[in-house]
Design a protein around this ligand. Structure first.
Ligand SMILES: Cc1cc2nc3c(=O)[nH]c(=O)nc-3n(C[C@H](O)[C@H](O)[C@H](O)COP(=O)(O)OP(=O)(O)OC[C@H]3O[C@@H](n4cnc5c(N)ncnc54)[C@H](O)[C@@H]3O)c2cc1C
Length: 219
């Protein structure tokens, strides 16, 4: 049985910063995460993507942000149960809780904080015939290592923050970046939208839009 003051389910940025705030109150934390490493979406989905909206960091890679959060919380000596999913929570007669993982590890705490974010990650795949044939072979849903795209022609499908951030970043890495979006407007932060529109004018970047993602992908 692992005993702690605050048991945090989810070791993403929210869970990690909770260690710091709890530490200031002299409360010890133990975190459970289904992933094998802390950092949540930042370390699992986009460790090498730059983030532009963290106070005091004009630009920081998501993986580096995770490292900084871990460094900041180290002084409070948190415990981790990684690679295990919290499955059941049982309230005891004295008001404390026991949380058990899928591997049977039991954790006992007075307080349970749920910082589960989006839960488990699964890409929302477009309906494109034979798409699975090209997965991990040219078609990716997550960019973990942008260097893989150096001097290559890259097509990004999407018009939200992630698509725009990567289009902007990869315009310095890839030989050509094509952004395909099914609407006329992007859904990202205004500044990123402006930057992407600027890049559109340069020779390296193209932008297509039309309805029907199937046709877009083949263009
Ligand atoms: C591609 C992409 C780009 C992004 N870019 C930016 C950006 O530039 N700027 C920005 O501000 N935000 C960005 N975001 C959003 C940002 O990543 C999230 O807002 C942030 O990760 C939320 O942190 P969190 O700790 O609340 O949750 P998460 O990061 O989702 O972490 C939750 C953790 O809980 C774990 N978990 C859930 N349920 C259980 C369970 N039952 N048992 C054990 N573990 C569990 C998960 O495994 C996960 O590790 C981006 C997101 C994506 C996907």
């Amino acid at each position: 049985m692992i005993t702690t003051d605050i048991l945090i389910i989810g070791a993403g940025p929210t869970g990690l910063f909770t260690i710091f705030e709890a530490g200031l109150l002299k409360l010890k934390c133990h975190l459970i995460d289904a992933l094998p490493q802390p950092g949540g979406q930042c370390s699992e989905i986009y460790p090498k993507k730059p983030i532009y909206d963290i106070p005091a960091y004009p630009e920081i890679l998501a993986g580096d942000l995770t490292d900084k959060l871990l460094e900041q919380t180290k002084q409070f000596e948190p415990g981790f149960t990684l690679g295990e999913r919290a499955e059941t929570i049982d309230k005891q007669e004295d008001g404390t809780f026991i949380v058990t993982t899928n591997k049977g590890t039991k954790h006992h705490a007075k307080i349970v904080a749920i910082a589960g974010g989006l839960g488990s990650f699964e890409p929302r795949k477009p309906k494109i015939e034979n798409l699975e044939k090209f997965e991990d072979n040219g078609v990716e849903y997550i960019i973990k290592e942008p260097e893989l795209y150096r001097d290559k022609k890259v097509v990004i499908s999407g018009g939200g923050d992630s698509a725009l951030d990567w289009a902007i970043f990869l315009s310095d890495v890839a030989s050509e970046v094509t952004l395909i979006h099914r609407r006329n407007e992007f859904r990202g932060a205004l500044d990123s939208v402006e930057k992407a529109q600027e890049l559109k004018k340069s020779w390296k970047n193209k932008y297509h839009n039309s309805s029907g993602s199937k046709r877009n992908f083949r263009n």
